[in-house]
Design a protein around this ligand. Structure first.
Ligand code: F6P
Length: 341
């Protein structure tokens, strides 16, 4: 078969491991030929391709980023975008497409499937907010980076008797904050799913200082206070309509300093969480997803996404995967709350 491969949306560690697995199994077991599309949906829209063979994927397993490039290009916002992609795939003689992405990228994959294009999805995102799969690759790496950062912030916070706010990614889902906060023993964890009460947060910080310790707070970029007074939005939106968030950590630190009279600083981890080499867990998960994605293509199981259920890789419908965002259940947040203050 001739198969196109693309990576869309925010990049994440493990993409190259997945691409390598798709190509290695496809070539060796099925005799496939591959075409790489550059920069997400831009590639098939503009017929911007690159070679993708055994030589191209040699040595990429531990590399962060994606050799194919990525973008947030949204064909659903481009006139006749879906039809153009279908025509371009036919003109390139491709029999199927494998799309590696999060909710947005796989939403486009679903539209293509509905338009009759044979497509299989592979879930990736550091946010871990894709439904249908227990985990996405990239998440474990991001959590590891955020946990190490919070650990490091704790020692310097203790030395200077100040509060430190660590802002992590997660616009709509607080998985990174929840896991890195629990792993680092954060004194407060704030997530988008549960608007926070500033008085309660202040009380936790004061309690920590009273006990002779320096508080560390792990905060999702999408966290917001109950009354909505502290959220900062830039007003900008990306091609998928997401508001660009920023500043909740800084605002919170300033407010805590004003309220407690104790010094408070903020560190925004930002894209550090997405860069660099994947953890062993993410390499294995991405590799297994890649191996199973090529199998799904050959089984003719189009319109599906490979997914992790327990320790098994299964296939779920793309519609199930992109229908609703997988957010943090409040009972999971309650587990973290035990350690606040
Ligand atoms: O979706 C992954 C993600 O890293 C989010 O956690 C974050 O809010 C967003 O992408 C940032 O996007 P960009 O790199 O386009 O600013």
């Amino acid at each position: 078969m001739r198969i196109g491969v693309l990576t869309g949306g925010g990049d994440c560690p493990g993409l190259n491991a997945a691409i390598r697995a798709v190509v290695r199994r496809g070539v060796k077991e099925f005799g496939d030929e591959f075409t790489g599309f550059r920069d997400g949906w831009h590639g098939p829209l503009e017929r911007d391709t690159m070679p993708l063979d055994l030589e191209t994927v040699h040595g990429i397993l531990p590399l962060g980023g994606t050799i194919l490039g990525s973008s947030r290009t949204n064909p659903l916002k481009v006139e006749d975008g879906i039809a153009r992609i279908r025509e371009n795939l036919a003109a390139l003689g491709l029999d199927a497409l494998i799309a590696l992405g999060g909710e947005d990228t796989l939403g486009v994959a679903l539209a293509l499937h509905e338009a009759g294009v044979p497509v299989v999805g592979v879930p990736k995102t550091i946010d871990n907010d894709l439904s249908g799969t227990d985990y996405t690759f990239g998440f474990d790496t991001a959590v590891g980076i955020a946990t190490e950062a919070a650990d490091r912030l704790r020692t310097t916070a203790e030395s200077h008797h100040r509060a430190l706010v660590c802002e992590v990614m997660g616009r709509h889902a607080g998985w990174i904050a929840l896991h890195s906060g629990m792993a680092s023993g954060a004194d407060v964890v704030l997530i988008p799913e549960k608007p926070f009460d500033l008085d309660e947060v202040t009380a936790h910080v004061e309690a920590r200082f009273r006990a002779g310790h320096a508080p560390v707070l792990v905060v999702s970029e999408g966290a917001r206070p109950v009354e909505g007074s502290l959220e900062l939005q830039t007003g900008e939106r990306d091609a998928f309509g997401h508001v660009r968030l920023g500043g909740i950590g800084e605002r919170l630190a300033a407010e805590l300093e004003r309220r407690t009279g104790r010094e408070a600083r903020c560190v925004v981890l930002g894209h550090l969480q997405r860069g660099g080499t994947p953890t062993a867990f993410d390499r294995v998960l991405a590799t297994r997803f890649g191996l199973h994605a090529i199998e799904a293509v050959h089984a003719g199981d189009h319109g599906t996404m490979v997914a992790l259920r327990g320790t098994d890789i299964v296939r779920v419908g793309l519609a199930e995967a992109v229908g609703t965002l997988k957010t943090v259940p409040l009972e999971r947040y309650a587990e973290a709350e035990v350690f606040f203050g």
